[in-house]
Design a protein around this ligand. Sequence first.
Ligand SMILES: CC(C)(COP(=O)(O)OP(=O)(O)OC[C@H]1O[C@@H](n2cnc3c(N)ncnc32)[C@H](O)[C@@H]1OP(=O)(O)O)[C@@H](O)C(=O)NCCC(=O)NCCS
Length: 145
Amino acid sequence: MITLKRAILSDWPEIAKIEKSSNSNTYSARVLEKEIKDYIKKDFVFLIKNKTVTAGLASFKLLKKKTAHCNGLVIYPKFRRKGFGVKAMSLLLKRMNKYPRVELVVHPHNTSAISLYFSLGFIIEGWRDNYFGDGEPRLMMIKKK
Ligand SMILES: CC(C)(COP(=O)(O)OP(=O)(O)OC[C@H]1O[C@@H](n2cnc3c(N)ncnc32)[C@H](O)[C@@H]1OP(=O)(O)O)[C@@H](O)C(=O)NCCC(=O)NCCS
């Protein structure tokens, strides 16, 4: 059974481990201790639990109180393709759905994440050049209400 557990500051090494396991050219991981601690303090960060085992993380932040922006969904490589990602994202959506706009950005080559988001009712809103300032584009996706 998959559940979401709100991360606390002392979870930062686990968050760092999850992020590190997924760094790639389509996902830029958070690496610095300060960056991760600020992330836990400011955003809604959850550990994805399969019973007692941590399978990954999911997170969102609020933008101007009206927009929930999903800024994290990572499953440890060894736990992928078991349905954990889609289950965790649907649990996160329950927490985000009360906001008028639910959005996220994803690298256009990240086909696994894009098909997961399509399966949950997200649509592509548009293309954003150099979204994180690293020269790489992102697709803005929004949840169809
Ligand atoms: C994207 C990610 C979270 C998916 O997690 P997951 O637990 O493997 O996904 P699920 O098993 O729940 O798969 C759900 C659906 O997503 C799609 N999907 C997932 N992995 C896929 C892959 N490698 N190739 C194609 N489709 C894939 C499929 O539609 C799948 O449904 P199916 O298994 O019935 O075909 C995971 O691959 C990951 O952590 N990637 C690195 C971090 C990242 O890029 N996160 C997204 C940032 S925007």
